[in-house]
Write a protein that binds this ligand. Structure first.
Ligand code: PMP
Length: 448
């Protein structure tokens, strides 16, 4: 077998440059809150593979369910016949839906596929073409999902023309409105909804608008929970005009933001709910959930995919749902979320650090710290960096890099200076403390 050095060379020479990476080395093992590189180096994982391994790496129950399924049936193609875990999974998910009307499922492999399916369904079911997305939103890297992605231009740079008929409004986040950080949530919400009303009277008539797609917690756009009133406002506009509301919980769903789905905290009813990532704890699986009354109108054969609803992935997801309930994962999310917020607020309240820190925010274990920036998009015009605030160039990536040097994987997010915490939902109190300590040391070293 080739040595680690030889494998690294293959990575350097033979993997597309289109793939970016935050750490060197080759992952070879994972267990609970830790991953291990081929050279034996162990890292505390506060990325969870971008919010996927929510129950920790290689959760015994999930791995066993997948291994057992491998010995029974690996591929039961869903246009040929249902596979058993596919239906057992629906049985487990139905009681977890944020609204009882969500009763019709379609499973796919990735988040972007779920988005593509939802966009297609919205057009087919309404007979309308246009889609409204959020500035700062992220939905994937295929053509429809790229068109509704508005978090960073790198995802579609040079790739146009994208899917036509996409409009956008600012998400209720001060940067998106050019307002200071002190702007109250109610003002941000009003401004965003005002832009939606303008859009519907100036650019895309309700008669031409099929759907609004929104992440209830903005992920790649900066980890910002949507105010309840904003989600209610979107619902009201959709109800008024027969527009479908697509709620993308690919990143914030499955306990990540403190409840099975974040949208249930607002009581708002999605017409289409999207899930992936944490759903199968690392096995490729996504889901589009809608109402039977709507999906009954789809032509049989118009939805499908060779690997859609793979039996092994569905068996793993059944084990995830069982572990969720039996291991009381949501109670741990609450306790560890409090612990994490307390640690981050201690930094924000520290006199030497506070001038560099703009914001601490999030929900559950989807948490971010935003640093001051003078280099961000439109910095010269952006009132979100208050005058007199200290700024270090590239602070978020410098802090994340320090954390990685000190043995903890941490990601940044958005075009602003934001680091995001995505620890396992069952992380122990001791590992959370360890992560917070590494982070605090890293921030101090970067500021120094
Ligand atoms: N929607 C959201 C909210 C996401 O965070 C992501 C992935 N980061 C996607 C869609 C796309 O998912 P995938 O990478 O599995 O295609």
């Amino acid at each position: 077998a080739s040595s680690a050095a030889a494998l690294n060379e293959i990575g350097k020479q033979h993997v597309t440059n289109g793939l970016g990476r935050i750490s060197e080395g080759i992952l070879s093992k994972g267990s609970g809150s830790y991953v291990e590189y081929l050279d034996g180096k162990k890292m505390l994982d506060f990325t969870c593979g971008i919010g996927v391994t929510n129950l920790g790496h290689c959760h015994p129950r999930v791995s066993k369910a997948a291994a057992d399924q491998c010995m029974n049936l690996v591929h039961g193609q869903c246009s040929i016949a249902f596979n058993e875990p596919y239906l057992r999974l629906i049985e487990r998910l139905l009681p977890a839906m944020p609204h009882p009307s969500l009763d019709s499922f379609f499973f796919w492999n990735s988040g972007t596929e779920a988005v593509e399916g939802a966009l297609k369904m919205a057009r087919v079911l309404t007979g309308r073409q246009n889609i409204i997305a959020m500035q700062g939103g992220y939905h994937g890297r295929t053509y429809g999902s790229m068109a509704v992605t508005k978090s960073k231009t790198i995802y579609s740079d040079g790739a146009a023309p994208l899917m036509p008929g996409v409009f956008s409004i600012p998400f209720p986040y001060w940067h998106q409105h050019g307002l200071p950080t002190s702007a109250p949530t109610s003002v941000l919400t009003e401004q965003s909804l005002y832009q939606l009303h303008l859009l519907l009277s100036q650019q895309t008539s309700p008669n031409d608008t099929a759907a609004i797609i929104v992440e209830p917690v903005l992920g790649e756009g900066g980890y910002i929970p949507a105010p309840k009133e904003f989600l209610e406002g979107l619902r009201a506009v959709c109800d008024q005009h027969g527009i479908l509301l697509i709620i993308d919980e690919v990143q914030c769903g499955f306990g990540r933001a403190g409840s099975w789905f974040f949208i249930e905290q607002s009581g708002v009813k999605p017409d289409i709910l999207l899930m992936a990532k944490g759903l199968a704890n690392g096995f490729p699986l996504s889901g589009i959930v809608s109402r039977k009354e709507l999906t009954d109108k789809l032509i049989p054969g118009s939805m499908g995919g060779t690997y859609a609803g793979n039996a092994v992935a569905c068996a793993a997801a059944c084990a995830v749902a069982d572990a969720f309930r039996e291991e009381d994962i949501l109670s741990n999310v609450q306790a560890r979320s409090k612990q994490l917020f307390a640690a981050l607020h201690t930094l924000k309240d520290d006199q030497t650090l506070s001038p560099y820190i703009l914001d601490v925010r999030g929900s559950g274990l989807m948490v971010a710290m935003e640093f001051a920036s003078s280099e961000g998009p439109g910095a010269a015009f952006d009132p979100a960096t208050p005058k007199g605030l200290s700024v270090k160039k590239g602070m978020a990536s410098r802090v994340a890099k320090k954390c990685i040097e000190k043995g903890m994987l941490l990601l940044t997010t958005s075009v602003y200076e934001v680091v995001r915490f995505i620890p396992p939902l069952n992380v122990s109190e001791a590992d959370m403390k360890k992560g917070c300590d590494i982070f605090a040391e890293s921030v101090r070293e970067v500021v120094r």
